[in-house]
Design a protein around this ligand. Sequence first.
Ligand code: PMP
Length: 362
Amino acid sequence: MGYFLIEPASIDLLNDISINGDYSMKKGDIMQIKHMIILIIILFLMYCIIHNQKRPYIMHNHILSAIGNTPLVRLPFNTPAAIYAKLEYLNPGGSIKDRSALYMIEHAEKSGDLQPGGTIIDASSGNYGISLAMIGAAKGYKVIITTSEKISQEKLQTMRAYGAEVIVCPIAASDDYNSYISLAKRLQVSTPNSFFPNQYFNPVNAQAHHDLTGAEIWEQTNGTITHFFAAAGTGGTVAGVGRYLKDKNPNIKIIALDSNNSLYSTCGNPKPYKVEGMGIDFYSDIINYDNNDIIEEIIPVSDEDAFAMLKNLARNYGFLVGLTSGAIAWGAHHYLPKLKDGDVAVMIFGDSGRAYLTKGVY
Ligand code: PMP
């Protein structure tokens, strides 16, 4: 039969029990079994909680809570190291800028800088404007974005589809009166109840990438990451993720990608370039590129190299990614000889190639 024939009174009195009459068991053994069962139940409950938290099939109650938790996908580059791309184009607004835009808006709501019914105004090369437009639509704010003529039609139309007002300015140096950055500042002054997140100078931009992107990458790689590659636009990603990773492990190498024609890479003699969203063309407190303890190397990338890599990524690897991703992948590829077996590199694929199809680069 196989039943336990347990009589509590006999346990207390005799300090043992009989099982089918064949075996006897000490009271101490019973206690051990009880503890084991309790331990197994606790472990099972902990597994359920952790497993549930990490489940990819999460249900969200709001579009903005779907921002983040993007996957890392390995790229089969010819190297003994493991190279992963973080697919930031899977954010609901289609780019990495969803993270910093949401952080800056929620910070301003808490501080009172952004009031209900207010207008959000900022300058953007496109993706950040799309994120603000989406957030404005979801939270009930009016959004005005100034941008430059370089912007792709897809990004322009996307902002408008979310209901944002978009003003396209001529390509000009950031401190020029006609630049999209100067116009955004003037608009903010003349628009009542408006908020200017000022992504190029707002430290909350980098804080978002510290708290969200950096922490996520550290966890996803179980702390094994050795190299991080990101494009420098406002510098928020490289500064925020870089700071987080360096604090976790100072040996991690942070590599920034810049346009070879930017203010920084030309040592003050910038020329036009086509990659949107990348390029160190101004100096701000977000990061001092000349003097910091975060960035190991800044690699300048030409439009031609970035675009050739884009085609390669789409046709040979199945990644249809945006212009900065081409530049980053080219930079990472260029860096391959320095990587060794056991290294784990992560690069940011910040947006999708679908935002640039009319540019004719694929
Ligand atoms: N990649 C893409 C696709 C972007 O839109 C941007 C920002 N314009 C960047 C990279 C650069 O990020 P950050 O502004 O944080 O330096």
